[in-house]
Design a binder for this molecule. Structure first.
Ligand SMILES: *Cc1c(COP(=O)(O)O)cnc(C)c1O
Length: 401
């Protein structure tokens, strides 16, 4: 048995997507900037892709910029808004503590330049309160950036409401929608989004390609300098095969959102219930305000890394913390942001389900996780302290999910 349950880290590129990409390596290989016909054919396909993606997001094609992925889109969005603010004497940014590192580390870089950053609390349920965003906005706020769906705990943020507040306050609003676009219907105009980032490899497209949507009138700052591609805002010969693949993948993902959600909801419920039966465990993030593919848990008395490796031996690929922090000994900043103490933040498990996961696979995951947790606790000195009462428990023995 092999179950890939780490789709928030990346997804397999679908066969349909690979097939759609192939002609753009060998047949329509022209540079879209070249004037002869194989170049112009490439240009045509590039612009068709832009139109299709714009339509899906409720944007205009001129508001769509192709990038090398979610990280670059986040960087460019935040840097652009910061520069616009700076020109108007505004050097304050509002965000949250559980953003992706592509956002947090860009904010760190701006702090070194003298920007001030307010990170709004995300509460224990992993959801931001729009009122607290409102309260954090100041006269000199240049940007609010809040992710749409958290990549570790799957919680959905009240993006439309936050966007409305930003609109009213005349502050640019960016959302990292990398984990949202294939799970939630997004319309940038209806949801008051000024800038948005997505990445193809999170929805069965290829790696290394993404989109930055920037509302008309927002002057982008280049992060990649060079040629005049992407209306002069992002240099580099366009990754046409990748862009075509991303477009096909996005069309497919968005078309299937409702039926996938309906299918996954029951399996998610089953998984959450099954894992909640493990003593001293707890679901991370709100029970309802989460995407249907995410199940995230903390277990007392275990190390997430060991859990991950033993589950791998049983043929289940999962993550503990985020892919970006695994390998380091720091617990996940997301779990700390929702108030999990260090000891349990280390014992975390993230399952991000594929659309076609079966009930048998869910049953197998539940029993495998239960076995591995029990096994690991068997020789954990920390767990020993908990059961002998030397240390207090953090969670209830049984929680109702
Ligand atoms: C994966 C991810 C990114 C980074 O996207 P890349 O295309 O891998 O650079 C950014 N934000 C979130 C929320 C993600 O999950």
């Amino acid at each position: 048995m092999f179950i890939y349950a780490d789709n928030a880290a990346t997804t397999p590129t679908s066969k349909k997507v690979v097939e759609a990409m192939l002609p753009y390596f060998t047949d329509v290989y022209g540079n879209p900037s070249s004037l002869y016909s194989v170049g112009q054919k490439a240009k045509e396909v590039l612009e068709e892709s832009r139109e299709k993606i714009a339509q899906i997001l409720g944007a205009s094609p001129k508001e769509i910029y192709f990038t090398s992925g979610g990280s670059e889109a986040d960087n460019q969005a935040i840097i652009s808004a910061a520069r616009i603010g700076e020109r108007n004497g505004k050097k304050h940014i509002v965000s949250t503590a559980f953003e992706h590192h592509a956002v947090l580390h860009t904010l760190d870089a701006l702090k070194k330049e003298g920007f001030e950053v307010t990170l709004v609390d995300v509460h224990e349920n992993g959801v931001v309160d729009p009122q607290e965003i409102r309260d954090a906005i100041r006269e000199d706020t240049a940007l609010v950036t809040v992710m749409y769906v958290n990549n570790e705990i799957g919680t959905i943020q009240p993006i439309k409401e936050i966007g409305e507040i930003c609109k009213e306050k005349n502050v640019i609003f960016h959302t990292d929608a990398v984990q949202a676009v294939s799970h939630i219907h997004i319309n940038v105009k209806e949801q008051n989004i000024d800038m948005l980032s997505i990445s193809a490899h999170k929805f069965h497209g290829p790696k290394g390609v993404g989109v930055l949507y920037a509302k008309k009138g927002i002057a982008l700052t280049n992060v990649i300098n060079g040629g005049a591609q992407e209306r002069g805002k992002r240099a580099g010969t366009e990754n046409l095969a990748g862009i075509v693949g991303m477009t096909v993948a996005l069309e497919d993902a968005v078309k299937n959102i409702d039926c996938v959600n309906e299918r996954l909801k029951g399996l998610q419920d089953k998984l959450i219930e099954g894992l909640s039966n493990i003593p001293y465990s707890q679901l991370n993030g709100d029970r309802e305000k989460r995407i249907t593919s995410n199940v995230s848990f903390c277990f007392e008395g275990i190390e997430g890394e060991s859990l991950l490796l033993l589950l791998d031996d049983k043929g289940i690929a999962v993550s503990s913390g985020s892919a970006c922090t695994s390998g380091s000994l720091d617990p996940s900043h997301v779990l700390l942001a929702i108030g999990r103490p260090h000891e349990v933040a280390h014992g975390s498990l993230r399952l991000s389900l594929a659309e076609d996961i079966t009930e048998e696979e869910v049953d197998y995951i539940i029993s495998a996780v239960a076995d591995v947790v029990e096994y690991l606790r068997g020789f954990s000195p920390f767990w020993g302290d908990l059961i002998t009462g030397k240390r207090p428990h953090i969670f209830e023995e049984h929680t109702v999910a």
